[in-house]
Ligand binder design. Structure first.
Ligand code: NAP
Length: 277
């Protein structure tokens, strides 16, 4: 099976590198391209055997499984370039939440899926969200999830919950990194501890907490209860967070969804020339 990647920016290159390092796909099986071709060529320099195509239509014509890793506003020219070169047997995977399955089905003759990766896939961890159109067969789903399982835990979600699932799995690393950064900055400012030391402590804590919540048998609530003994120091910190952060996560989810709705509207006006319901 030949695998194509259009767009070797931040997430496209994470996928390429993770696929190769995990052994999911050999470099020789992969044909990649990018608008600024030098970026794809740099990757090929690092991974001997990785092939670079000069155009999107070449990738579309020559691959059975094709990942489109461009931003929502960059979709239209890509679709226009590849649509005549795709057939119903090919499986096209978009990694962009605001481009909906039906947008792609309206414009392309092939099978369509969406996969929302996460930067955590770079270290062969975290989840990839999988969303399938009705054109996909059980075999297509198995094939895709088999490839993705080398770099992540693939999890099927319905398109309705793509945005909130992405907030948790794909935006989440940035949100938690923000939390760590602020925690460390405050630690340095309040106590004078070295930033490097505080960062190691907080990052190792995050890794261990993730393990406790995935394989350690704890839920978020039971973990807090276990650590925060009544009247103790952790309980004091939790009490303050409960007071100060009340409502923040609701606001955060509303903000990401408002931006998502805006992006879907922009995609529709680009793809259909006008807004659609
Ligand atoms: N970053 C994340 O953690 C993450 C996680 C999950 C999903 N995503 C989704 O992944 C998508 C891409 O995000 P990103 O962070 O990877 O963006 P990015 O770094 O800007 O990468 C996009 C790449 O697409 C290339 N491109 C644009 N138009 C093209 C065209 N017509 N033909 C070929 N290549 C083209 C760009 O080329 P140039 O070099 O010329 O600009 C760029 O390298 C977004 O929709 C995002 O929502 C991202």
């Amino acid at each position: 099976m030949r695998v194509g990647i259009i767009g070797t920016g931040s997430m496209g290159s994470v996928l390429i590198e993770a696929f190769i390092r995990s052994g999911a796909i050999n470099p020789e099986q992969m044909l990649v391209t990018n608008r600024t071709i030098g970026k794809a060529e740099l990757l090929a320099d690092s991974y001997p055997g990785l092939q670079v195509a000069r155009s999107n239509k070449e990738v579309a014509s020559l691959t059975e499984l094709l990942f489109i890793c461009v931003k929502p506003q960059e979709f239209k020219p890509v679709i226009e370039e590849i649509q005549a070169h795709l057939s119903p047997s090919q499986l096209l995977v978009s990694i962009t939440s605001p481009v909906l399955l039906r947008h792609l089905e309206d414009h392309l003759p092939c099978k369509i899926a969406k996969v929302i990766p996460s930067i955590t896939n770079y270290v062969l961890s975290g989840v990839t969200l999988c969303i399938y159109s009705d054109r996909c067969t059980p075999e297509d789903k198995e094939l895709l999830e088999n490839v993705l399982s080398h770099i992540s835990s693939p999890i099927r979600v319905s398109e309705q919950y793509t945005r909130i699932s992405s907030d948790l799995s794909s935006c989440g690393p940035a949100f938690l990194a923000y939390f760590v950064q602020k925690f460390v900055e405050a630690a340095v400012e309040e106590t004078g501890i070295a930033e490097e030391e505080a960062t190691v402590l907080a990052s190792e804590m995050l890794l261990g907490t993730g393990k406790l919540l995935t394989t350690g048998g704890f839920s978020p609530a039971s973990l807090q209860k276990r650590v925060a003994v009544p009247g103790g120091i952790t309980a004091e910190g939790l009490r303050l967070m409960e007071k100060e952060l009340h409502g923040v996560f609701h606001d955060l989810i509303r903000a990401t969804h408002a931006k998502y709705n805006e992006d879907v509207e922009k995609v529709e006006s680009r793809l259909y020339g006008t807004k659609v319901d």
